[in-house]
Design a protein around this ligand. Structure first.
Ligand SMILES: O=P(O)(O)OC[C@H]1O[C@](O)(CO)[C@@H](O)[C@@H]1O
Length: 528
């Protein structure tokens, strides 16, 4: 049995599992007039309301005892200090060091602080030179477009941030290309003037096949369309932790922006991986993004466990997902600006914690990361909310709202906010008047969190993302997981490499399973 299932504090929670599942959330409010105050807190510009969870004060105490027993605080401090907590890869995990303000040393010490600051200054200088037109393309034209080629962590974070903060965009337009199917790249190339375009090739490993294929394609386009011998030198930049491989693409490693092996891909938007963000909204807005994340880091590091937002959020998630077996979680932001949030969180949460062995290689018998999904409200209300209210599965929801609308954006904030609050209310209260037809009955007692941002600013967005990063860390600590490797992704990559010659070749695909052989045969047939 794994260490969590064996833990006394877990076993006590397990013993009260049925009672917690039956716990009436409405009843908890009826008993405790101060429930909202006792089950909500504010940090770094975010209000976290977890009062609509099946949590009595006693259950919360038991969860906090679990956090202590699983040494969440010690593991957090080890991460912040740069201990090699990613044991399977022998690496430190220091995305928090990327957010330490300029001039401060931070938890990880002066060497790391210096490296981070040097790179940040280089990014800012370069970004300003490009944004002001001092640094031009190879034919002297200003850079008006950026094509960011990367996938996973080298795409999702910068994409989320630039979509969320689009009203602040005052630099070149940024186009994101992740998929190797060619659609995004074609679309980007169709609307960019090649003489005014900078291509960023963003890859921690600089070996990801999709990214390299798209980079080759984009570089060929620049070579074809820009009449200058030094076009690649002037208009293609690499961002990577693997500087040696940069020259394989014909680029100068000296012009590359570095990242480090102590930053995981899905935790990397704060590094040079976020260069597109800096180009799009400028170095000072980027600095505000980092400052918001740093404010959440400080809160995570300093607040006692019982008033620590990521800790409480992680415990609530473990309660729902592991104790009560609710195997998916919906994330519903009430602003189109955060439309990319659930996609971003899918990688953050599921690539980090979608694992079934602990950090010592023992198998875990209890359920770990739940599936994350969602879309924006109110459109989501007219799609999947029916199942949230009346379906057979209980799906905990994170509602994300913004109090102050973005200046200059129209829409009806009152309508939006009324819908946001009404949905969590309806999920909790349900509806069951006597004599009501069964199909109209809503069982209620369905849990949700609400995260309310005062405004959607670089700072609050940074804090929101850092909150989810730390929530993911807390859950990993409870389960005993190393959240910072991703070996599961490797197998598919290896098999794709093996299959390519079989799919392309004329010979019968020997040595593969029947389904794959059948698919290859039909593909070849239809492809002609
Ligand atoms: O930045 P790279 O090395 O190209 O990797 C891209 C992504 O691929 C993965 O390794 C696997 O999906 C992610 O962890 C990573 O963010």
């Amino acid at each position: 049995m794994d260490t969590l299932a064996n833990d006394d504090t877990w076993q006590r929670l397990w013993a009260s599992r049925e009672a917690i599942a039956r716990q009436s959330i409405n009843g908890l409010f009826a008993e405790d007039a101060a429930r909202f105050d006792a089950f909500s807190l504010t940090a770094a510009g975010i209000l976290f309301d977890y009062s609509k969870q099946p949590l009595s004060r006693a259950t919360r105490d038991r969860l906090l005892a679990l956090a202590r027993a699983r040494e969440v605080a010690r593991l957090r401090d080890a991460m912040l200090a740069g201990e090699p907590i990613n044991r399977s890869e022998g690496r430190a995990v220091l995305h928090t060091a990327l957010r330490v303000p300029a001039g401060e040393i931070g938890w990880a010490g002066p060497d790391i602080a210096r490296e981070v600051e040097d790179t940040r200054s280089r990014m800012a200088e370069l970004a300003e030179a490009i944004r002001t037109g001092r640094r031009t393309g190879a034919t002297g034209q200003p850079i008006e477009h950026v094509i960011n080629i990367g996938i996973g962590g080298s795409d999702l974070g910068p994409r989320l941030v630039l979509e969320a903060l689009a009203p602040l965009a005052d630099g070149p337009s940024v186009h994101f290309v992740a998929n190797v199917d060619g659609v995004e790249l074609q679309r980007a190339m169709a609307c960019c003037d090649p003489e005014r375009t900078l291509v960023l090739v963003v890859s921690k490993s600089f070996g990801t096949v999709e990214t390299m294929a798209n980079a080759h394609e984009a570089m060929a386009w620049l070579r074809r369309r820009v009449p200058a011998d030094d076009v690649l030198e002037r208009q293609v930049m690499a961002v990577t932790a693997n500087l040696e491989r940069v020259s394989e693409l014909g680029l100068d490693p000296a012009l590359a922006l570095p990242m480090w092996d102590w930053v995981g891909g899905r935790y990397s938007l704060w590094s040079a991986v976020g260069f597109a963000i800096m180009l799009g909204i400028g170095p000072s807005a980027f600095a505000e993004l980092l400052a918001g994340a740093h404010a959440m880091d400080r809160h995570f590091s300093e607040a006692p466990l019982d008033s620590n937002m990521p800790v409480l959020m992680g415990l609530v998630s473990v309660l729902n997902g592991t104790l009560l077996g609710r195997r998916s979680q919906a994330v519903v932001p009430y602003t189109e600006r955060l439309g990319r949030l659930s996609a971003y969180l899918q990688q953050l949460v599921m690539e980090s914690n979608g694992k079934s062995v602990d950090r010592d290689g023992r198998s875990i018998s209890l359920p770990t990361a739940a599936a994350i999904w969602g879309q924006t409200g109110t459109p989501g209300q007219h799609a999947f909310f029916q199942a949230l209210h009346q379906g057979t599965d209980v799906v905990p929801v994170d509602f994300v709202g913004v109090a102050r609308p973005v200046a200059g954006e129209h829409g009806d904030p009152l309508e939006l906010t009324a819908n946001l609050f009404a949905q969590s209310q309806a999920l909790m209260q349900g509806r069951g008047d006597p004599g009501m037809a069964a199909e109209r009955h809503c069982p209620g007692n369905r849990p949700s969190n609400t995260l309310l941002l005062e405004a959607l600013t670089p700072s609050s967005l940074g804090a929101l993302i850092a909150l989810y990063e730390h929530r993911t860390f807390v859950e990993a600590a409870i389960w005993g997981i190393n959240a910072f490797d991703q070996f599961g992704v490797e197998l598919g990559k290896v098999l794709a490499t093996d299959l390519k010659p079989l799919i392309a070749g004329g010979q019968a695909p020997d040595g593969v399973d029947g389904s794959t052989a059948g698919l290859i045969a039909r593909y070849r047939d239809w492809r002609g």
